[in-house]
Design a protein around this ligand. Structure first.
Ligand SMILES: Nc1ncnc2c1ncn2[C@@H]1O[C@H](COP(=O)(O)OP(=O)(O)OP(=O)(O)O)[C@@H](O)[C@H]1O
Length: 246
């Protein structure tokens, strides 16, 4: 399958994963995964529970430096770069369970990553702009425990995108949200993508992932079994079987 379909497929390659694998003890959670992502793309990375999506994300983010294979990000081999060094190069992720600093206000939660990255210039203004981008400016001085679930997801997105990442991996940003809340997060992700951020969406909410993605890559039991235009991928027997558990 060609992969990129009629998406902006001729853009610069932002990410190239080659033969990525990860073992936990004797168990291969991920095996031989190749993936190419181009600038501006909206890619859905799907697969049943336990198929390796988060493991792939953790390998890419630098959490598992002992993985097999290699990543090149904007042409640079990531090698043993730490998660922090990868973030500085424009790689961002959200976590399945938002992890705000519970003792800090909403705006302080954004100022911390900005300061950590050495962006001391006007961090207050920049942090407020980030919150405006996710419609949370009105809650800037609240504590995370005062936020609703969808507001926490929006804060997580603001935290992840405060440094203007080149590539954002949104890992189950919509789990447990209502239909209307899923639409809120989708709208934010579309907005980020329109502003130039390449996005990999890892999601079980199929309505959202099919609406969002120009391309789908499917993992089953740690291997990539499909990669291409959503309609074609979802019609593939291997994908149907994986989802129907046959
Ligand atoms: N730190 C770990 N130690 C041992 N096994 C792990 C570890 N992390 C993941 N696994 C196993 O690796 C496999 C892939 O897990 P992973 O979390 O990557 O799947 P996933 O596709 O993200 O699942 P989900 O959709 O449920 O989040 C699973 O069998 C999981 O139990």
């Amino acid at each position: 399958m060609s992969g990129v379909g009629d998406a902006p497929g001729d853009g610069e390659v932002v990410l190239r994963a080659e033969g990525v694998g990860m073992r936990f003890g004797g168990f291969a959670a991920l095996s031989g995964v190749d993936l190419t992502v181009r600038a501006g793309e909206r890619l859905g990375l799907i697969g049943p529970n336990g198929s390796g999506k988060s493991t792939f994300t953790n390998c890419l983010a630098g959490v598992y430096p002992g993985h097999e294979g290699a990543f090149a990000f904007r042409g640079e081999r990531l090698g043993k770069l730490s998660p922090h060094e990868r973030a500085r190069r424009g790689l961002a992720r959200t976590f399945q369970l938002p992890r705000p600093f519970r003792g800090l206000t909403v705006i302080e939660n954004i100022r911390v990553p900005l300061a950590y990255a050495g962006r001391h210039e006007a961090t207050e203004t920049r942090a407020m702009a980030c919150l405006e981008g996710v419609d949370l400016a009105g809650k800037a001085h609240r504590l995370p425990r005062e936020l609703t679930q969808v507001e926490l997801r929006r804060l997580e997105l603001a935290r992840a995108t405060a440094l203007d990442p080149v590539l954002l991996i949104a890992d189950e940003a919509m789990a447990g949200l209502s239909h209307a809340e899923v639409d809120q997060i989708l709208a934010l992700l579309f907005r980020l993508n329109e502003a130039g951020t390449t996005i990999i969406m890892i999601e079980h909410v199929m309505r959202a992932v099919t609406e969002f993605s120009q391309r789908l890559a499917v993992l089953v039991a740690g291997r990539k079994v499909a990669d291409g235009a959503p309609r074609e991928v979802l019609a593939m027997p291997a994908v149907e079987e994986a989802y129907l558990g046959r």
